[in-house]
Design a binder for this molecule. Structure first.
Ligand SMILES: Nc1ncnc2c1ncn2[C@@H]1O[C@H](COP(=O)(O)OP(=O)(O)OP(=O)(O)O)[C@@H](O)[C@H]1O
Length: 292
């Protein structure tokens, strides 16, 4: 049986260090000393602490017309099939600054580049040009990952907790709270493969959100689960933010965005269309969709 032991979809720990965001205020290398573009020049000038700075970010994907992404492994083929290569310019010069204690909604239609932007902030997708700076390592909370389906929910709490960097003792201390949050008391000893998708999602969310993150990115996690669980997840995200964390929430649900975020970034075809207070941006976004 193939056992899946990584948890990078739930939370990405120390992966892809080559693309790790640069430290705010520190030189990444001899050419990169600080965020430079005009749009981010006010960084650090106010009293608020900047935690993520995205500076003129561009992300391009190389794909074969046949559909296969062109990674390093495909390098040799690249030479021979160069004509079939297509480029998708997913992020086109996005710049913004996120501050401590903000919850920022990220909205935009399908394929507009939201996930690409978030993956770039976390360091999973390298910039083609431009830079991402962060005050500490951003964490991506997703719900797409499988833990180990043949193990019980309880055992998966231990695995997930260890993957988050907790000690065995700390996980045992948090265990009760995680089970209560997921509302899976009756099912916690059953293998995860017997859970419905909503039940698995609840457990994954409860494990990942048990940690007080400094910079947390939640990509569509709230789309799963029922309305009641969504409300509780939103409350959990707010409490992470209230404890001096910065949260990015990617969602197609304008209700979740308005209930959780005070600021919204609207990405349209890879470009930062609007960045401002949640109500105004959501209003403009909705109006633009009505006009289509
Ligand atoms: N791994 C990849 N390889 C090639 N192209 C990609 C890859 N990931 C995303 N893209 C392309 O980049 C563009 C932006 O995709 P992205 O997933 O960032 O959009 P999104 O706004 O998150 O969409 P959705 O709301 O549907 O999740 C799309 O054109 C998509 O086809």
């Amino acid at each position: 049986m193939a056992v899946q032991t990584d948890f990078d979809d739930i939370i990405n720990p120390k992966l892809y260090p080559r693309h790790e965001p640069l430290q705010i205020g520190e030189a990444g290398n001899s050419n990169e000393t600080a965020p430079t573009s005009e749009s981010v020049e006010a960084v650090g000038s106010g009293t608020r602490k900047p935690v993520v700075v995205v500076d003129d970010l561009h992300v391009k994907y190389q794909i074969f017309a046949g559909g296969k992404a062109a990674g390093a492994a495909a390098g040799r083929q690249l030479l021979t099939k160069a004509r079939g290569l297509r480029e998708v310019h997913a992020i086109k010069g996005v710049s913004f600054v996120a501050y401590e204690n903000e919850s920022i909604g990220v909205i935009g239609s399908n394929g507009s580049g939201k996930s690409t932007l978030m993956r770039s902030i976390v360091g999973l997708t390298p910039p083609s040009s431009g830079s991402v700076y962060a005050s500490s390592r951003p964490n991506l909370l997703g719900v797409g990952a499988a833990l180990i389906p043949d193990l019980s929910g309880d055992k998966n709490i231990m695995l997930g907790g260890l993957a988050l960097g907790y000690s065995r003792k700390e996980v045992l201390e948090m265990r009760k709270e995680i089970i209560a949050f997921s509302e899976l008391e009756e099912f916690i000893d059953l293998p995860m493969r017997t859970y419905s998708s909503g039940m698995s999602a609840r457990l994954k969310f409860a494990i990942a959100a048990s940690k007080q993150h400094e910079i947390l990115i939640v990509d569509e996690a709230l789309a799963v689960g029922d309305a009641r669980f969504r409300k509780r997840s939103e409350a959990k995200i707010r409490s992470i933010k209230d404890n001096a964390g910065t949260v990015f929430l990617v969602s197609h649900s304008m209700n979740s965005i308005l209930d959780t975020c005070e600021r919204v970034i609207w990405i349209n075809k890879g470009v930062l269309q609007m960045d401002g207070d949640a109500r105004s941006v959501v209003k403009e976004y909705k109006a633009s969709r009505l006009n289509k």
